[in-house]
Ligand binder design. Sequence first.
Ligand code: ADP
Ligand code: ASP
Ligand code: MG
Length: 406
Amino acid sequence: MSRIVMKFGGTSVADLDRIRNVAQRVKKEFDKGNEVAVLVSAMAGTTDQLSKWVEELSPMHDAREYATVVSAGEQITAGLLSIALQDIGIPARSWLGWQIPFKTNQLHSAARIEEIGTEEIIKRLETGTVCVVAGFQGISKDNRITTLGRGGSDTSAVALAAALKADQCDIYTDVEGVYTTDPRIVPRAQKLDKITYEEMLEMASLGAKVLQTRSVALAMNHKVRVQVLSSFTDKPGTLVVDEDEIVEKQVVSGIAYAKDEAQVTLVGVNNKPGIASELFTLLANENINVDMIIQNETEDGKKTDVTFTVTENDLEKAKNILKTSNSVEYANLMTDRNVVKISVIGVGMRSHAGVAATMFKTLAAKGINIKVISTSEIKISVLIDVEYTELAVRALHTAYGLDGEY
Ligand code: ADP
Ligand code: ASP
Ligand code: MG
């Protein structure tokens, strides 16, 4: 007998037939004698619709009310799935975030889980109830609903699995696992049997939305055994594991892309010591995360051009800060939203040379210009024009030998 957490994403619960299908999958695990907690997302498209209504009503809305509205989708699926389970003879009950409770901080639209109450759930699991829990939501100290950021049900699932000391955490979605890249844009992408926590963390944070980044960090810290698999087939999925569980290490395991980047260029900045510090402190003070950075001096060394990227959401704010600042002087400010960050990821990079050279050569052969580059131990990222996204990802996928049968 095992204690397992099963999480079902939006497409897996998109309509009543799919909810019935989920109920059957849960029944299968329950009938084996397992203790089963189920985390559910909102039905596909629901969260988008709810958040659109909030935006339309007021772009500068109160984040606490935003959380109240967008968390509603998960309430519906938790109730519906419990009913579907009861209908096939499984004792089931639903819980909302606040009823568990998932205690979070007060960042209402991107809250972090601080503590999870497990006493009642454990009692219920032990007495044979399937516990259906609404993902994506929690409650803050000031007694308000919070949400965990888009894709946050993954994080609810992993956090609950850690708190319950579950034997496994299965994330059911609309693809058969984690692939070498997004299978929707590269049909030759291959499903990975295993991926390391570290690689998955990079893949997620660099744009592969198959798992929310925070869920991977939590899984890594608490050693939760996460499997990503399809709710529509019975094939084994991808296990997220420690590096020593992987026998054959690839140099590059995956390629990710992120279109929500925007580029900012300051031309003719006065080149004096401390200027970078001043510029980036200004942005940091307003909670703007800067990602990639490149700086070029003019020939005489008197001026410098600085290019960096921020998320598209932060672009207007960053522009305003730079336009109104009197500490950073520059001749011209340019911005570009039509960019994409493409990254290649792999723990094997630590011990292999030439990975970056292959990337640059491949892009050059396709006539794709690289605007900014950044690297870390296990990844290389480049910023290019968004129109080349698919071309670049496919060409790199081939260049690193990742193409499978099609
Ligand atoms: P869910 O609603 O189940 O949480 P998501 O839409 O959040 O599902 O995540 C699954 C999607 O992630 C897939 O449909 C796929 O298009 C996308 N994706 C991006 N990169 C990858 C990757 N490397 N492997 C698998 N899926 C990926
Ligand atoms: N329903 C939320 C979203 O669409 C949370 C999730 O699905 O993980 O972002
Ligand atoms: Mg998701």
